[in-house]
Design a protein around this ligand. Structure first.
Ligand SMILES: Nc1ncnc2c1ncn2[C@@H]1O[C@H](COP(=O)(O)OP(=O)(O)OP(=O)(O)O)[C@@H](O)[C@H]1O
Ligand SMILES: [Mg+2]
Length: 490
């Protein structure tokens, strides 16, 4: 029973496919067929525009030609027309007048149709079909004039209508084979012009379109070639024109930025791995030493424990900083914003430095009660980063000065040392992650090259500024400017 049911369900998709699959595929096929390339679409648009302009121009030309033929016919046959109009108006369709009209048809080949005010009682001097049935040939509205003309053109006749004084109407039909022939020749020439124009448009438009849109193919090919392993490909900007040139430049710049970001990420991962290798090998070394000799030797035991604690603290510190940067990159850094007495914060850091570091003379000059709105712990972290560097890069016995004062409308925090200074070429890079200027000079100080990059993030996220002034072997001044809290004045 169960088997049967399953089989039925199993059959369903293919059965459905058979019923609706075929029309669907056909529809897809049609859609696929209708997918013209952008080049074909542009060419078709050119042709449509060309045909439209050509038709309008031709329409005006034909209308103008018909108008001029009518005027000429009237001027040429003015006497006949006037004579007939006055005769019929004055005497009516008496036998003499009818006789006169039939002679006009025989002698001059001019058909005349007379109708009374209701169009009922009519007379035609010719048995010719279009003359007798002129009224029924007429359409209505806009095409009223055109349709009888089209029909009459095959009889090579041109009608001219005149009102009679007796409220009736007289229509004259003139023979216009010469004009029709000229018109036909004109149409033939116009037709040839149209087809030549069409071909030129098609070929020239096609070539031009190809030239203009060829960068699009290049862009898609380049985009196809780009992946994480190959970010070097760029679009050849020289071949693009107009807005496509701007597009190509924008895309190239975008790839530059992606490549830059990708390289930074790769460098970051390799730097982190590199930084973690050292403490791991130190821990490994001490663990081995403990294993071999340390169990019974209390001195080695203590040294190893101290070293392991130290390395653990170092690694903890590194991981803490990396977490900060990772949170910043993911845009999930949280700040506890409140009113901070920055003067007190800097004084605390200065006193703290004086206490820990007996190798330098630490001084401070602090304007009291300056307030900023921000995360007090993070602001303190910036001051500590500056202080830590000043201590690390200043020879023993020299002085380190802390300052906190109002400058340019900001609360400025300044840490001035009399240390080794920084070379000009390094100044741009010291705020980058893992950058350490002159590794050989820095070797003995230790550090990961992360402090200043973190300080910069904190200051900028507080809408502040960070500055450095330095002179080789004379010292450096690192300053952070935080916007003063407006309603809190000292
Ligand atoms: N006061 C200073 N005097 C001289 N050089 C400095 C000073 N402050 C920073 N530098 C240079 O800038 C580099 C980057 O400083 P940063 O604080 O970012 O890293 P670090 O001190 O090397 O390591 P970390 O702060 O991560 O422990 C330092 O390696 C050092 O070369
Ligand atoms: Mg540092």
């Amino acid at each position: 029973m169960m088997k049967n049911k399953n089989r039925k369900i199993g059959l369903r998709p293919s059965a459905l496919d058979k019923i609706i699959g075929a029309p669907l595929t056909a529809l897809e096929d049609i859609k696929q067929l209708m997918k013209f390339s952008i080049r074909t679409k542009i060419s078709i648009s050119y042709l449509i525009i060309f045909t439209f302009i050509f038709s309008v121009t031709t329409g005006f030309l034909v209308a103008g030609y018909i108008y001029s033929v009518k005027t000429q016919l009237y001027e040429k046959n003015f006497d006949v027309v006037e004579q007939v109009l006055s005769l019929v108006s004055e005497e009516g369709l008496v036998p003499d007048v009818k006789d006169h009209l039939s002679r006009i048809y025989i002698d001059q080949n001019i058909g005349v149709l007379i109708q009374d005010r209701n169009g009922e009682e009519s007379y035609a001097n010719s048995p010719l079909y279009p003359i007798v049935n002129y009224d029924s040939l007429k359409g209505s509205g806009f095409f009223k004039d055109i349709f009888p003309l089209l029909d009459l053109a095959s009889y090579e006749l041109m009608p001219l209508e005149f009102d009679l004084d007796t409220d009736g109407k007289a229509t004259f039909f003139f023979e216009i084979s010469g004009e029709i022939n000229l018109g036909r020749r004109m149409c033939a020439i116009l037709g040839i012009c149209y087809f030549v124009g069409l071909m030129v448009m098609f070929l020239f438009g096609g070539i031009k379109t190809k030239q203009v849109i060829s960068p699009i193919n290049m862009i898609s090919q380049t985009a196809d070639n780009i992946n994480s392993q190959n970010l070097d490909a760029r679009i050849d900007v020289g071949k693009a024109k107009y807005e496509l040139k701007d597009l190509a430049i924008t895309i190239n710049e975008m790839i530059d930025r992606i490549q830059d970001g990708y390289k930074k990420q790769q460098r970051f991962v390799s730097d982190v791995s590199h930084e973690l290798r050292t403490p791991i090998s130190v821990i490994d070394g001490y663990a081995n030493m403990l294993d071999r000799w340390g169990k019974k030797d209390p001195e080695i035991l203590q040294e190893s424990i101290d070293a392991l604690k130290n390395e653990a603290a170092n690694m903890g510190n590194l991981v803490e900083r990396l977490l900060f940067l990772a949170r910043y990159d993911r845009d999930v850094l949280k700040y506890e914003i409140k009113s901070c007495n920055i003067s007190e914060i800097i004084e605390e850091v200065a006193k703290e430095t004086q206490m820990i570091d007996s190798d330098h003379k630490v001084n401070w000059l602090i304007e009291p009660n300056l307030y900023v709105l921000g995360d007090c712990d993070r602001i303190k972290q910036v001051a500590r980063i500056f202080a830590d560097n000043a201590v690390k890069y200043t020879p023993k016995g020299k002085h380190i000065d802390f300052g906190c004062f109002v400058k340019e409308g900001y609360a400025a925090v300044e840490v001035k040392d009399s240390g080794i200074g920084i070379e000009k070429k390094d100044l741009e890079s010291i705020f980058e992650r893992f950058y350490r200027a002159d590794e050989s000079r820095n070797k003995q100080t230790g550090g990961y090259g992360l402090g200043l990059s973190i300080a910069k993030i904190i200051v900028l996220q507080h809408k502040g500024k960070i500055k450095v002034k330095t002179k080789i072997n004379r010292g450096s001044i690192f300053s952070a400017y935080f916007p003063l809290q407006k309603n809190k004045t000292p």
